[in-house]
Design a protein around this ligand. Structure first.
Ligand SMILES: Nc1ncnc2c1ncn2[C@@H]1O[C@H](COP(=O)(O)OP(=O)(O)OP(=O)(O)O)[C@@H](O)[C@H]1O
Ligand SMILES: [Mg+2]
Length: 229
């Protein structure tokens, strides 16, 4: 398998990493039938990519073989954010027959964490993501990994997450604190359910601790809630 080195330049944050460990533990308690988990949000920039990356690393750190699958073919930030300068192959190339599975999957410098990049932006992301090829890829990878975390574009903006949702075991909605109305969040959950995808929980991200005493106490800038269906 190909190898890639990812560089996380973010400063370590005690509260952030504690909240992630709790999220990891909540995911584990869902049981083994929740293996392929999609992360989406209502709007751009709510923190999906950040969370999927960090959670994949945390799961790997406890010995769970985990794949971070970047399904944001429209606007992937993963490569640049983690300092990848190589010309890597990704999902768009795989789904359009320009790369093999072996070329799609990369071992990373983090234990048990593998990554599949989004690939070059393609003119028809939702067509590629809705294909039988994508479905078959999931079926094949299920047997290889303990967890597959899928990063997607915001479900309130483009159709892609709803398309991917039909192939996964569950979805997590990332919600930026104070940025999303109840009604908009409900609509996103409804869209996921219409794809036959159970919403297994939510992550309340970017909590302003100066305003919210509860979170100041426990989670600093990274709060969460999580519940099964
Ligand atoms: N808990 C957090 N606290 C502070 N900043 C955060 C937090 N989570 C993410 N960010 C910042 O918010 C920005 C958006 O994060 P990220 O790219 O993960 O969002 P996204 O939902 O994947 O966006 P997109 O919809 O564009 O894919 C980044 O600059 C990231 O560093
Ligand atoms: Mg993103």
């Amino acid at each position: 398998m190909n190898q890639i080195t990812l560089q996380d330049t973010r400063k370590a944050d005690y509260y952030y990493s504690e909240a992630l460990k709790t999220l990891r533990s909540n995911i584990q308690f869902l049981g083994a039938e929740y293996k392929t988990i999609l992360f989406t949000s209502c709007y751009p920039n709510e923190g999906k990519s950040d969370i999927t990356f960090s959670l994949a690393r945390e799961l790997g750190a406890i010995g769970k073989k985990t794949l971070l699958l970047d399904a944001d073919i429209r606007k992937s930030t993963l490569r640049t954010r983690y300092g990848v300068t190589e010309d890597v192959k990704g999902l768009s190339e795989y789904l359009s027959g320009q790369a093999s599975v072996a070329e799609l999957l990369y071992e990373t410098n983090y234990p048990n964490m593998h990554i599949a990049f989004a690939g070059r932006s393609a003119p028809n992301p939702s067509g590629l993501l809705g294909s039988q090829t994508f479905k078959s890829l999931f079926e094949a990878l299920r047997d290889v990994y303990s967890y597959i975390l899928i990063d997607t574009p915001p479900i309130g903006t483009v159709i892609d997450a709803a398309v991917v949702a039909q192939f996964v075991d569950g979805a997590v909605l990332v919600i930026e604190s104070d940025a999303v109305s109840y009604r908009v969040a409900q609509r996103a959950m409804e869209q996921l359910r219409m794809s036959n995808c159970p919403v297994i929980g939510g992550v309340l991200n970017k909590v302003d601790t100066r305003k919210d005493k509860y979170y100041t106490h426990y989670y600093n800038k990274y709060g969460y809630y999580y519940k099964k269906k």
